[in-house]
Design a protein around this ligand. Structure first.
Ligand SMILES: NC(=O)c1ccc[n+]([C@@H]2O[C@H](COP(=O)([O-])OP(=O)(O)OC[C@H]3O[C@@H](n4cnc5c(N)ncnc54)[C@H](OP(=O)(O)O)[C@@H]3O)[C@@H](O)[C@H]2O)c1
Length: 229
């Protein structure tokens, strides 16, 4: 499977690329800084340099040609302000969706965030955190409104601990607790393999259930694959 990862040098993205490579898939890492190319090559990904805040759907689509799926794992990061929450966490996610449509790539995974289900209004909370949640919520809404095979994943608080393989993954609230980035990456791959999760918005934290069981509880791998077969 050829999987294009937006935010390809991010922490989740590098773990995702490494895991995809290990199982024989082909990750493509969209990076904006050419100095990051060697890092993404080191985990088996093909680097493609593109600034998601300075491109168009048609240009981006040229990099998505032939992909089986795209994953939005970019983010403006902890030191950014409200403007970049909008230009990256919202607008770049929608740009990727529009580019996927142009390129004919139907499968789309959006890494969103817990809290996006109920973002504060600007009048109630004009903090950067409030802007972030509104940006994620608007990205989710825009992705749902497009004709794509999308799954939205809302992780809790991310940590850099090793993978546990044990999760709580559900459409219902699971609690705003921690989840390792490594488990988020593994879950993204499981979602790619589970077409029953298309059209769903899922919350994720670490828990006690094996990931495979959690995916089975959501309907497992019973539908058509991203390859259509
Ligand atoms: N932190 C949490 O607890 C938490 C919880 C839930 C969800 N999330 C979300 O999870 C996602 C992934 O998190 P993470 O920690 O893996 O992210 P990360 O390490 O901060 O990586 C984000 C990546 O996005 C890239 N990026 C930013 N602007 C870009 C642009 N204009 N064009 C291309 N790439 C750009 C960054 O590249 P540069 O290095 O060039 O800036 C970086 O590689 C994010 O969407 C985040 O909001 C985070």
């Amino acid at each position: 499977m050829r999987v294009v990862i937006a935010g390809g040098h991010g922490k989740i993205a590098l773990l995702l690329a490494e895991q995809l490579t290990e199982r024989g898939d082909t990750p493509v890492a969209l990076i904006r800084n050419p100095d990051h190319a060697d890092d993404v090559r080191a985990v088996g990904a093909e680097p493609v340099q593109v600034d998601l805040e300075a491109t168009t759907p048609d240009d981006l689509a040229t990099h998505l040609a032939g992909a089986d799926a795209v994953v939005f794992a970019a983010g403006a990061g902890p030191n950014s302000g409200a403007e970049r929450k909008r230009s990256v966490d919202r607008d770049a996610a929608l740009l990727l969706a529009d580019a996927a449509a142009v390129a004919g790539v139907r499968r789309y995974l959006l890494v969103s965030s817990m809290g996006a289900e109920n973002p504060p209004s600007e009048a109630d909370d004009d903090s950067v955190w409030g802007s972030y949640l509104r940006a994620k919520a608007e990205a989710e809404q825009g992705v749902r409104g497009r004709d794509l095979d999308a799954t939205i994943l809302r992780p809790g608080v991310l940590t850099d601990e090793p993978a546990t393989g044990r999760v709580r993954l559900a459409e219902q609230p699971v609690g705003h607790e921690e989840v390792t980035r490594a488990d988020v990456a593994t879950t993204l791959i499981a979602l790619l393999d589970a077409p029953a999760t298309i059209g769903r918005t899922l919350e994720l934290i670490n828990g006690t259930e094996p990931l495979g069981t959690a995916i089975d509880d959501l309907g497992g791998r019973t539908g058509p694959s991203v390859h259509g077969g």
